[in-house]
Design a protein around this ligand. Structure first.
Ligand SMILES: *[C@@H]1O[C@H](CO)[C@@H](O)[C@H](O)[C@H]1NC(C)=O
Ligand SMILES: *[C@@H]1O[C@H](CO)[C@@H](O)[C@H](O)[C@H]1NC(C)=O
Ligand SMILES: *[C@@H]1O[C@H](CO)[C@@H](O)[C@H](O)[C@H]1NC(C)=O
Ligand SMILES: *[C@@H]1O[C@H](CO)[C@@H](O)[C@H](O)[C@H]1NC(C)=O
Ligand SMILES: *[C@@H]1O[C@H](CO)[C@@H](O)[C@H](O)[C@H]1NC(C)=O
Ligand SMILES: *[C@@H]1O[C@H](CO)[C@@H](O)[C@H](O)[C@H]1NC(C)=O
Length: 475
């Protein structure tokens, strides 16, 4: 911990990356001068085993729920100074808790067989190939449940804030916002106890409400979002303290990334949780998180899950959809109407049901469209059909935790002509393992209302938790 010296504001932010092994130190001398990066790791976040000393797990027990409620908000000078000091102490306590959590997760990574599932984990215990490191995930998930606290700024009115769409292609944006608003486990009303601060705007709602389809002026995003950050950063100390590094926004809209562009710190420093996770557009997996697009036409997932057993799946591969974007035209040109085993349609013929095709196909093809994410990925997972991903620069949802190679097939754009050969060449036992992986991973993509442990809502929260663990804020 650094001491404040005189009036100079001295903050340092440590980014702990690749399995917490690489530490980036960002020192800000004088907030207005911005960031200076001393070192940057080259690889993205991953959970491989690292060689870092561990703490004993018992040291964790006292870190949460010991905060007292303080009387902040005094209006005179000495009162302010005192409440600032108290606030710094509270930040210190928050950071001590996070440091313990990092150490415990590292411990679980290194001493795999020592970290047995702990209490409360009886309904589901993550294990197997679908995880990059099941032990680390178990521990991390459990710590998240015990200690993670999210503060939602209360400013802003519906429909632009605090609510969102719960149907159709951007449903996960509204589902998250609405579930977060009513959540009691992770939400705190005391900002001094929070690990992260949520900016609860909905890009979909802002565009639906204010965007003029004729004038097409995207300045509405700038006005609303810049205005909001200006408001919360002048009213509360939290944004300036971390330059936004412990703040997050979430959007499933194609323009989610663009919506954050107008506030430099939001774009480059804050945690952005996006469906459109395109690394060519500055999506940064070290601080940003990818979450899935789920097309809920009725707002319900009833009837969408399940499919034929592997041995009854008679169609090798299936796709139906328009020629959006750059990848699909080439794909359709090559495969539409060309092969009995690779069923590819722009428009499904009368009498053929899209969900039924997914339920009886072995592989479901999920090429990127206008943007990198595709709702087909989750549709395939629901239908227990092995997804075949054809995309570029796409960071897959929850790929910080999930090992996508164990339940999907990735085919590069240049291999589109070889698609059938690749899929038909996968041995039966490997296919069965992939399909088993799809069935196992399904729970992480399910939408439950109210949310259930390990479902899509909790996985999103967990992604945010990991990004927060990557940052330490010191004042
Ligand atoms: C937890 O707090 C109690 C009482 O404050 C203290 O006696 C104990 O040593 C603490 N345990 C740990 C692991 O810090
Ligand atoms: C300033 O605030 C402190 C603590 O709230 C209080 O004790 C003190 O009397 C106040 N001073 C003035 C001048 O209001
Ligand atoms: C893990 O298991 C192996 C073999 O079962 C054993 O040799 C090793 O000591 C164990 N490590 C820990 C940390 O328990
Ligand atoms: C945060 O910084 C901005 C810009 O420097 C400033 O206008 C604002 O008053 C600061 N907020 C607080 C709470 O001090
Ligand atoms: C799968 O196929 C077998 C015979 O090939 C049939 O007996 C069984 O009913 C089928 N199962 C389903 C769920 O369609
Ligand atoms: C990803 O971003 C790059 C750069 O803007 C863009 O050219 C590409 O089309 C994007 N990918 C998709 C699938 O939209």
């Amino acid at each position: 911990m650094r001491q404040l010296q005189g009036t100079s504001l001295c903050m340092s932010i440590f980014f702990l990356m690749t399995s917490f092994a690489v530490v980036i130190v960002v020192v800000i001398t004088n907030a207005s001068k911005g960031l200076s990066l001393f070192s940057l790791p080259s690889s993205a976040w991953s959970w491989s085993t690292g060689g870092i000393a561990s703490l004993s797990s018992s040291s964790f027990s006292n870190s949460s729920s010991t905060d007292d409620k303080s009387q902040d908000g005094a209006s005179n000078k000495s009162g302010l100074r005192r409440s600032k000091k108290k606030r710094d102490e509270k930040l210190g306590r928050v950071e001590v808790g996070l440091a313990r959590a990092r150490a415990l997760i590292r411990d679980a990574m290194i001493n795999q067989n020592r970290s047995s599932p702990l209490d409360g984990d009886s309904d589901y215990v993550p294990e197997g190939d679908i995880y990059r490191n099941a032990y680390a995930f178990r521990r991390s998930y459990q710590l998240m449940e015990r200690m993670f606290r999210i503060y939602i700024y209360e400013e802003g009115e519906p429909p632009l804030f605090h609510t969102g769409p719960c149907k159709d292609i951007y449903s996960t944006e509204g589902i998250f916002i609405n579930m977060m608003e009513t959540n009691t486990r992770f939400r705190t009303h005391d900002p001094d106890r929070a690990h992260v601060y949520y900016l609860p705007f909905s890009v979909v709602m802002i565009l639906d409400t204010l965007f003029d389809p004729v004038i097409r002026d995207k300045a509405v995003l700038e006005r609303i979002i810049s205005g909001y950050v200006r408001l919360v950063s002048s009213k509360y100390p939290y944004w300036n303290r971390s330059l936004g590094a412990d703040h997050f926004m979430l959007s499933c809209h194609d323009w989610g990334p663009r919506a954050t562009w107008y506030v430099h710190q939001l774009y480059f420093t804050s945690i952005r949780v996006l469906c459109n996770a395109n690394t060519s557009e500055h999506f940064n997996p070290k601080k940003d998180a990818s979450f899935p697009e789920i097309n809920l036409k009725t707002g319900e997932i009833e009837g969408l899950t399940g499919g034929l057993p592997a041995s009854n799946r008679t169609i090798l591969a299936f796709f139906a959809g328009s020629a959006h974007g750059k990848i699909r035209p080439a794909f359709l040109k090559h495969w539409m109407g060309k092969d009995e085993d690779v069923r590819v349609y722009k428009n499904l013929p009368e009498g053929i049901s899209y969900p039924d095709m997914m339920k009886k196909s072995r592989y479901c093809i999920c090429p990127s469209g206008w943007e990198v994410a595709s709702p087909r990925i989750v549709e395939a997972i629901y239908a227990e059909c092995v997804p075949v991903l054809i995309s570029q620069n796409y960071v897959l949802p929850f790929s910080d935790v999930l090992n996508w190679n164990s339940f999907s097939v990735q085919v590069s754009v240049s291999e589109i002509p070889n698609l059938k050969k690749i899929l038909a060449g996968i041995p039966e036992d490997w296919y069965l393992r992939l399909q088993q992986g799809v069935r196992q991973v399904q729970r992480h993509f399910l939408v439950n209302d109210p949310p259930k442990r390990f479902d899509v809502f909790h996985m999103i929260i967990h992604s945010i938790w990991l990004r927060r663990l990557n940052v330490a804020v010191y004042v």
